[in-house]
Design a protein around this ligand. Sequence first.
Ligand code: ATP
Ligand code: MG
Length: 337
Amino acid sequence: MKKKILTGDRPTGKLHLGHYIGSLQNRIKLQNDYDQYILVADVQALTDHFDDPEKITENIIEVAKDYLSVGINPNQTTIVVQSQIPEIAELTVYYLNLVTVGQLSRNPTVKYEIHQKGYNEAVPAGFFCYPVSQAADITLFQAELVPVGDDQLPMIEQTNEIVRRFNRLYHTNVLKECKAILSKTSRLVGIDGRSKSSKSLGNAIALSDPPAVIKQKVFQMYTDPGHVKASDPGRVEGNVVFSYLDAFHNDQEAVADLKAQYKRGGLGDVVIKNSLNDCLQLLLEPIREKRNSLDNKMVEEILYHGTEKAAQLAKETMKMVREAMCIQFVWHINNTK
Ligand code: ATP
Ligand code: MG
């Protein structure tokens, strides 16, 4: 039996280069050797978009198209719509008893996101608890590996704490611990220099962006504010263009040469931006073409069959979970009327 993988994305917008480098590339590789499930996490997306459910629903198909256009193969990978698997919600409710508010409030990613969204004390309880629902996602699908960006490490840790607590408490081993799989670039910076490019911050290059938008975003990138004239020596550290060249250029020797020249002085921002634009255009053109060839109905069918298959596994896991927790209420009345 192949080991299982679970990962997913919130349908809050189209996927971007951060997803590609941080997680999608690993998923494409791993799908050959593992039983991989990818969740389009629409329920999780509602935790901070509950006032705009239409946007989330519309983006389910867009995210699925992103998967297919980069090379996720629906014959190898099961793509699942989270809201159509109610067992996730049930398992989340059980797990909420196994974590404390104190533990949840120490999660560094959630803490940062609460600050970034300006929630302060008014954080929706659903948002505050979303790491618990992620633990339900991972364990319901019995996943042992989770290819993610490094913002997700606290969620993996939280999942394993719940798994250990559950197994100890109910004297069982039905739940499996999981391990994160990180890529070489486990956090791609935003084009504005912020530490992570993300859909919500609008500081990312989408996999489906047209050529002119890619170029415009590359030329908007934060470089070195001290590098005013081309002849000035420039900084490579914290320079977004070089972070992207490191991540995406397929000739790292050429990138090392550009860095050396930039540091010495004599290399303008336009040259490095043109070089990055060329390599991103090459990378994204076939992805965009594949995307444009996808038919909505066909994508929906892939989602339907993936979700159906996942529902079976969800039922099997929940049966084991309920048995372990002794939640096996049996009706003794005749309710056939
Ligand atoms: P949102 O702003 O709505 O939270 P997002 O851009 O952060 O969207 P998610 O759907 O939250 O994307 O993340 C899905 C997966 O992609 C996660 O595994 C996450 O770690 C990874 N990921 C997202 N952004 C990046 C990034 N900039 N670098 C590396 N990995 C990333
Ligand atoms: Mg996110």
